[in-house]
Design a binder for this molecule. Structure first.
Ligand code: AMP
Length: 282
């Protein structure tokens, strides 16, 4: 396994590999890797000749007062995990390499970034699409793997790839969960013992909505209310719901009234200072 930390060197390597007839799969991450990330890498391993994992805590996708400075990092541990799942190249650029002096270009997807997480994190998705577009141009992948855990992010990236004609295929990977149902996330490391014990309630409440849906309740408002009531009843620690909403799974448009298409229920909630997201296909 090779570690490359300069974008020029990474692009040269990718170009040579492609000229040599090798296909490339990219897995973009911010590091502090867990089983969710490793699952993306395993899928990538099956799909392409070369697997490139990027590890970069992207400063431009964090808003003022967010957790950029305390975002968990463990490069040594991450490299070890990448090696074990058969990654070929770990790309670890510095912020100065990706955003040199005079950098002033961005990529923005408009409508679908205004809702859900985009409503409370202005500029977040623009930071994501800008760095992902750069990573695509640097690593020249045939395939790029993203988790369904970040459901809106996946929709935004699919939109960008279509709209800007990026010549690659986006592959979404189902959420990997802890045994108790909590969606794996690098940010789970922030949770206190009490918060960690309460956090699986998110998944439990979403599962309850799915059961109601299966029993015939197709009303968006009722389903969302059932989730919020269950959370309020079962969580005793410092906890606040940011949103519970139901969206069309295929195009990320909000659903209201009676559900007649494939739908996904999405939640964002704060446990103390930690913001967690989750979603479930109904
Ligand atoms: P992050 O390092 O949090 O930016 O995540 C990097 C990639 O891993 C993104 O495509 C995430 O959606 C994906 N990911 C993170 N957590 C999970 C999970 N629990 N299951 C599946 N994919 C995940």
């Amino acid at each position: 396994m090779e570690q490359i930390n300069r974008s020029q060197k990474m692009q040269d390597f990718a170009r040579k590999s492609r000229h040599g007839g090798k296909s490339i799969a990219l897995v973009p991450t911010m590091g502090f890797l867990h089983e969710g990330h490793l699952e993306l890498m395993r899928r990538a391993r099956k799909n392409a000749d070369l697997v490139v994992v990027s590890i970069f805590v992207n400063p431009i996708q964090f808003g003022p007062g967010e957790d950029l400075d305390r975002y968990p990092r463990d490069l040594e541990g991450d490299l070890d995990k990448c090696k074990k799942v058969g990654v070929d190249v770990v790309f670890t650029p510095t912020p100065e390499d990706l955003y040199p002096e005079h950098f002033q270009t961005s990529v923005a997807v408009s409508e679908i970034t205004k809702v859900l997480c985009g409503a409370s994190r202005p500029g977040h998705f623009q930071g994501v699409t800008t760095v992902v577009a750069k990573l695509f141009n640097i690593t020249l992948p045939d395939f790029a793997f993203f988790g369904e855990k970040d459901f809106q992010q996946l929709a935004v990236i699919r939109r960008m790839v279509i709209d800007l004609n990026f010549p690659l295929k986006i592959i979404g990977v189902p959420i990997v969960r802890e045994k108790d149902g909590l969606a794996m996330s690098s940010r789970n490391a922030y949770l206190s013992d009490k918060e960690r014990a309460a956090a699986p309630e998110l998944y439990k409440a979403l599962t309850c909505a799915r059961e109601l849906f299966a029993q015939g309740c197709k009303d968006c408002e009722k389903l969302c209310r059932a989730v919020s009531e269950q959370l309020d009843k079962n969580i005793e620690t410092d906890f606040k719901i940011e949103y519970i909403e139901i969206y069309d799974s295929s195009n990320l448009t909000v659903l209201e009234g009676t559900i007649t298409t494939a739908a996904t229920i999405l939640i964002a909630a704060h446990f103390g200072k930690t913001r967690l997201i989750d979603n479930l296909q109904l």
